[in-house]
Write a new protein. Structure first.
Length: 158
């Protein structure tokens, strides 16, 4: 029985000595992975660039803008909530667009009563055409026309 152990050990050593060398060393394999990673990052960066957010301002009032499903749309509008006026969404088609709960407001300065900018966040959900209308009004004033209206037509594509 002792001899079989020596025979087995010899066979293992013989097989190990005759085995082909690995196609690449561990360092070469790590280098190959490092070289491949930037290519993946480039593809991801291109995908992000293609669906980067669309930023609209008062200058885009009345325009038609093409966006992609899943794309984020920011509408930036000036205002001053200390006057009681706020921008509000009117008649939003919730099947085509998602609207964040509340727009973010960024004051232009730290001065009390200074104006700033409202930022509405929308996400395109489904292909088609829809109109986004925002009215600058005082919510507590009933039967009074808004003092400003922003409207843009969004064409949403796949």
């Amino acid at each position: 029985m002792k001899i079989w152990g020596w025979v087995l050990a010899g066979a293992v050593l013989l097989l190990a000595a005759c085995a082909p060398e690995p196609l690449m060393s561990m360092n070469a394999a790590e280098d190959a992975v490092e070289l491949a990673v930037p290519e993946v990052e480039t593809v991801v960066e291109k995908a992000v660039e293609e669906v980067s957010p669309v930023v609209l301002t008062e200058e885009n009032n009345g325009e038609t803008v093409v966006v992609q499903v899943g794309q984020e749309i920011h509408i930036l509008l000036g205002g001053n909530p200390t006057t009681g006026y706020m921008w509000a969404s009117k008649g939003l088609d919730s099947k085509m667009l998602d609207l964040a709960e509340e727009p973010e407001y960024e004051p232009a300065s730290d001065a009390i009563g200074s104006g700033g900018e409202f930022d509405f966040f929308f996400t395109a959900k489904a292909p088609g055409e829809t109109v986004v209308t925002l009215e600058y009004e005082r919510s507590f004033e009933k039967n009074v026309a808004p003092i400003d209206v922003f409207s843009v037509t969004l064409v949403i594509e796949e």
